[in-house]
Write a protein that binds this ligand. Sequence first.
Ligand code: PHE
Length: 443
Amino acid sequence: MSENRGEFATRAGFILAAAGSAIGLGNIWKFPYVAGQNGGGAFLVIYLALVFSIGLSVMLAEFAIGRAARRNPIGAFAKLKGGAWIGVDYMGVAAGFVILSFYAVVGGWTIAYTVHTLGALLETADPKVLGAFFGDFVADPKSSVLYHGLFMALTMAVVIGGVEKGIERASKILMPVLLVLLIALCLRAVTLPGAGAGLAFFLTPDFSKVGIETLHAALGQAFFSLSLGMGALLTYGSYLSRHVHLTSAALWVTGLDTLIALLAGFLILPAVFAFGFDPAAGPGLTFITLPAVFAQMPGGVLFGPLFFGLLSIAALTSAVSLLETVVAHFVDDRGMGRRAATAWAGVGIFALGIPSALSFGVLSGFTFAGRSFFDVMDYLASNIMLPLGGIAIALFAGWILLARITDEITAAGEHRFPLAVIWTWICRLVAPAAIAWILISGL
Ligand code: PHE
């Protein structure tokens, strides 16, 4: 992607590519369990408020900085400002490295579950059996490392081979299929006997349970899910033609990402209550509840593998944007060849992911302040590095280069930008202050 600076031909093509980065495991696997751990409805309200204020504004800033510079994150700040910008560029590359290391572990689970739902897994709907199956599967060091490696190998193959031809064409067809399947599964989940308690949990905000940790979790989840704060969407913006309306593109990507997360919530949380699981169960939640749903629905043996197969592909399109950011840095700024850069970065990320893959088994006793290695990687990247990157990007757009970035958003006056004043003050003050406050008090 970075060698020949091509351009997205159409607005729809760009929106789908950016949505492909944003929509992934963050929406379908992570959102329901983070919401479950943080009180359900109240988390949802805070999450939506953060997404459509800070998230949307930072996304618009990333698109505009990328398009103004036509460079990868590190090159972009160098070009626009004549030097690094308070470390956001290098931290972005580091965040991509860390996120992909644990992301690929869960990506591996989705591949494994595609295989297992094709096999005998769905012969039972007994929650206990399905829970034990997941526990045994992730505790087995051989299979977890193997599937993690397989997912990394696929990601590397796509990054070497180029994104446009295979994966992008495929995801244009497959992502709408995933959306339709999600809607169908939601209808099944909310009509399960006992699903009402899950809906109430998800939709009734109980603010008495909200603490600063809830805010911090929602902020980290917003940045993670929207792919913000590390320059992935900045890079996509750099391939965008000047005629595309940036504000409407940012609204589309934010809206689609939120839609998929909400659908996942309406699928997983009712099922959790219907089958008597614990909503705060953590990373295994999706993998335990969904097989129970499939086992109980007509055609489940077909929908099960189809769903996990599609989820693997959604995860792959996000993983590609993570690896691409790391590789682009080695290629553009360190003069490495694309193949060599992908090989080094890919193997390094795979190695860093091994302790995450073992976190649910042999390394489960090995914790830092109650968090497993896997949770530490996630926390470090999502709840610290990405929000810090968001502060830096907002300050850059709001103070350092406001006129140039606003000019880019309106395409030199070609497009209307009625919310310019609100956006400016979110970037200048609201986003940096709110993120800094949540980070400092949340730590
Ligand atoms: N947004 C992706 C997801 O929700 C993960 C991601 C984070 C991708 C940061 C790129 C950058 O699955």
